[in-house]
Design a protein around this ligand. Structure first.
Ligand SMILES: Nc1ncnc2c1ncn2[C@@H]1O[C@H](COP(=O)(O)OP(=O)(O)OP(=O)(O)O)[C@@H](O)[C@H]1O
Ligand SMILES: [Mg+2]
Length: 424
């Protein structure tokens, strides 16, 4: 054990057989004279993995099999010339740097190939080893630049694809957020719409309770043989009966209003994936008005000009969503008090709906961009610019169109056309 310490194994003392190092760049030498290919192989073997060919066809075969970085070819060879070979090599491996060695007589053809981008470098005979190694080193640099470029372009493509994917994800998150926001707004609107009738129903029931007491007191007096006439006037029994009737009918109206709101809500909460159903555009608009009405009422009076019943195959909840978006925009465009006019009509196979406001209007350059996702002129927190792009998608998915006309200081009209048959 102690003796063998520090000695190399016998095989370690032998010169190792040369095996092509795969990490070295590959240099392909093409010449019909074997002596030349051999001397070049010798010249470059320390820095390159050298492969040789004695004809253009053999060289092309090698190019198909191996990842060659640099090609050196003689110009004059039987069969294809060097410049013809390199022109074909471009198609097999466009990154390989191509060098040609030429006699003075063929220089014209070589320069033409250089001009066409098929050859990078050329050397005229006779050349020195120093010249050749310099040119090959330059060609190598060129090749690695091309490879880097290609790798960067590939990485950039992957990066772009990832980015696109992330933007898609983020957009669908935002679309979801907008939906949630409109659900929040819807909830606030609905709460108000329900609270109001609930308020008077509760108060009416309180009054009716008091009236019940009066009636039972009155009945007690009659049963006890008391003065019914004076009790009737003291307890205002006639008024109680008359008013009770009114309170009951008012409360019933309120209850029906609540029931209608709940029905509207139900029709809005159907899943988007459900198929098309036949629905009335007027009804979709009415639902939108019921929901956004609370906000609208603060800034505008609403004029409704509904045409005849206009039933079409559609996703009614999505159409209501579009109308809510348009009504919200109209509201936000009005400074002080204004008017919002909604109009629907049927004309030659299409149903039309317009929503007009007497708001600020917009200049042409803004009108051109309003349907772009995330285009907004509103301050942070007021709008993210998705309302109209979502509406645009919905209308186009229904096979319809949405257009805008606007005049600064006068107002804006959004017009929707939906294909549909008229139902009497
Ligand atoms: N009725 C209108 N009057 C004037 N400008 C409008 C009207 N409707 C839309 N716009 C303009 O178009 C822009 C885009 O509208 P869109 O509904 O897509 O987004 P937003 O209202 O800004 O935000 P979001 O709807 O996502 O809350 C608005 O910022 C506004 O400048
Ligand atoms: Mg909007």
């Amino acid at each position: 054990m102690a003796l063998s310490k520090g000695f190399s194994t016998p095989t370690g003392l032998q010169p190792e057989p040369r095996t092509p190092d795969k990490r070295l760049p590959t240099l392909l030498v093409v010449d019909d004279e074997l002596e030349i290919t051999e001397s070049m192989a010798d010249l470059f073997r320390h820095n390159y993995h050298v492969v040789t060919a004695t004809s253009a066809d053999e060289a092309l075969e090698l190019l198909r099999q191996q990842d060659v970085s640099v090609i050196i070819s003689d110009q004059r060879m039987p069969g294809k010339t060097g410049s013809e070979l390199l022109a074909e090599a471009c198609l097999i491996n466009p990154d390989a740097a191509r060098i040609i060695l030429t006699g003075y007589a063929d220089l014209g053809a070589v320069i033409e190939a250089v001009n066409e981008g098929k050859i990078f470098f050329y050397l005229t005979k006779p050349w020195s080893s120093a010249e050749l190694t310099t040119v090959v080193a330059k060609a190598m640099e060129h090749n690695s630049l091309l490879r880097d470029n290609r790798r960067l372009v590939k990485e950039l493509r992957i990066f772009n694809a990832e980015l696109e994917e992330r933007v898609k994800d983020r957009t669908s998150q935002l679309v979801q957020q907008v939906k949630m926001a409109s659900i929040g707004q819807l909830a606030a609107g609905v709460a108000h719409e329900i609270n109001n009738p609930m308020g008077f129903i509760t108060s009416n029931l309180g009054t009716l309770g008091k009236y019940m007491h009066k009636i039972s007191e009155y009945l007690g007096i009659i049963e006890g043989g008391g003065d019914s006439a004076s009790a009737r006037s003291r307890l205002k029994i006639d008024f109680v009966f008359k008013d009770a009737g009114q309170l009951i009918s008012e409360s019933l109206d309120g209850a029906i209003r609540i029931k209608n709101i709940v029905t509207d809500l139900k029709s809005l909460s159907y899943e988007d994936t459900e198929g098309l159903v036949r629905s009335d555009v007027n009804r979709c608009l009415e639902i939108a008005l019921n929901i956004a009405g609370n906000e609208i009422g603060k800034v505008a009076n609403i004029e409704k000009q509904y045409g005849e019943t206009t039933e079409i195959a559609c996703h009614p909840q999505q159409l209501s969503q579009v109308f809510i978006n348009l009504l919200n925009n109209a509201c936000q465009a009005i400074e002080g008090q204004g008017t919002i006019t909604v109009r629907t009509w049927y004309e030659s196979g299409s149903v039309y709906a317009t929503i007009s406001d007497t708001g600020s209007g917009m200049p042409a350059e803004i009108q051109q961009r309003i349907f772009e996702p995330f285009f907004t002129t509103k301050e942070v927190g007021k709008g993210i610019g998705l309302g109209l792009s979502i509406s645009y998608d919905i209308i186009h998915k229904h096979g319809g169109e949405i257009t805008v006309e606007s005049e600064i200081g006068k107002g804006t009209t959004f017009a929707i056309r939906l294909p549909g048959s008229h139902v009497e």
